[in-house]
Design a protein around this ligand. Structure first.
Ligand code: PMP
Length: 394
């Protein structure tokens, strides 16, 4: 069959392939990226569905506008006020997950051959999306306190990329968070002559899941030119809703609306209305607080187990929020080889290579702490420590 040229380089998500291996219930999976299902507000959604269908009736099941449900857009715009960011509801576009936000922005901005800055390592879903547009990746190193700003400035100056895609809070996969200084520095670089051809996309699905330290403002707060923010209800309410958003300047939103019309007309009316009703009748901040507490305990269990069971040469990030922790194995180790040894020990993780666009990252791996109890996490890390120990001896 004559498939499109773009399919020659399109890759299935490595993580989704791994998840097949981990279906065995004896395997402790630290591989996925699933939010903890015990915090999905099922009973409140039964109520919200009943109330919304009762009040709005057929409107819940009708086609609706591409831009999204007005009440939901207003709710999102209002939430940004906490950061002193003034978005009007017109500057919010509801998307089918923030993953669709990435696809829409890619369609709006990218031509084949364009350069795109991603971080080393970077979010796999974004790498997959951008890859389908035939772009050149110009990766920039991620340090413990955010992107290497000197390298970013240099790449922007030399390559004139169309986009710089970043996840500044508790990044997937590394768990790294940008310091306040780096946020300010990035905004300045984007405004400088080096950054004048580049649009910042700030993806923030995990920002509200902080369990240690101080909340920090979006880079947008310091920006002196248009940029786009991506947000999502996946990690703070439920991912199955498939509701996210783009918050951006009107000219960007208008272009995204045009391509969204062609993609799916609009995000599910039913899901948007029920979510809006849930948000009207429940306290989202109190709900998020429960998630934070659980994830904080799980993160603590993982950090402590790593300190106890991993060889000291293995380096681990100790994130202040989010769902992931990042391991760098000692020189000479391969996380792909470790994966097979770990499966023998009945524990799974995600090897780091797919998060790099340049084929590097051999010694790295991602661990998820949101979707297992502290006991399972401790046991999983113990098993993984054993597998690493064996690999170092051989
Ligand atoms: N961006 C990042 C950084 C993510 O980790 C994820 C989820 N894994 C997404 C976007 C997509 O989330 P959703 O489409 O569910 O909003």
């Amino acid at each position: 069959m004559r498939f499109a040229t773009r399919m020659q380089t399109a890759q299935r998500s490595f993580i989704r392939e791994i998840l097949k291996v981990t279906a065995d219930p004896q395997i402790i999976s630290l591989a996925g990226g699933l939010p903890s299902p015990e915090h999905f507000p099922c009973a409140a959604f039964v109520e919200a569905t009943r109330a919304e269908l009762g009040d709005a009736g057929p409107a819940c099941l009708q086609y609706s506008t591409t831009e999204g449900h007005p009440e939901l857009r207003a709710f999102i715009a209002k939430r940004y006020e906490r950061w002193g960011l003034n978005f009007s509801p017109d500057e919010i576009l509801i998307t089918t997950g923030s993953q669709q936000g990435l696809d829409l922005l890619a369609k709006v901005f990218l031509d084949p051959g364009d350069a795109v800055v991603v971080e080393r390592p970077g979010y796999l879903g974004a790498i997959q999306t951008f890859s389908l547009f035939g772009v050149r990746f110009t990766p920039v190193e991620l340090e413990d306190d955010g992107v290497d700003t000197a390298a970013l400035e240099q790449v922007l100056r030399a390559e004139r990329p169309k986009l710089y895609y970043t996840v500044p809070n508790f990044q997937n996969p590394s768990g790294v968070t940008f310091s306040q200084d780096k946020r300010v520095a990035v905004a300045e670089i984007m405004y400088s002559p080096s950054g004048e051809d580049t649009v910042l996309i700030e993806d923030n699905p995990y920002g509200e899941l902080r369990f240690l330290g101080q909340d920090l403002p979006p880079i947008r707060k310091f920006m002196r030119k248009p940029s786009a923010l991506l947000g999502s209800f996946s990690k703070i309410v439920a991912p199955g809703l498939r509701i996210g958003w783009i918050a951006a300047d009107k000219e960007v939103i208008e272009q995204c609306v045009t391509v969204k019309q062609a993609a799916d007309l609009h995000t599910s009316t039913f899901a948007q209305r029920v979510l809006a009703r849930f948000l009207r009748d429940n306290d989202l901040d109190a709900h998020i607080e429960k998630i934070r507490k659980t994830y904080g305990e799980r993160r603590q269990a993982m950090v402590e187990a790593i300190r106890e069971h991993f060889p000291s040469q293995a380096k681990a990030t100790e994130p202040e929020g989010g769902m992931f922790l990042w391991i760098t194995l000692p020189e000479g180790c391969s996380s792909l080889a470790l994966f097979d040894a770990a499966i023998q020990e009945k524990v799974a993780f995600v090897p780091g290579v797919p998060f790099y666009t340049d084929g590097s990252g051999e010694r790295t791996l991602r661990l998820n702490f949101s979707n297992a109890t502290p006991e399972r996490i401790t046991e999983g890390i113990k098993r993984l420590g054993r597998a690493i120990g064996r690999m170092l001896e051989s």
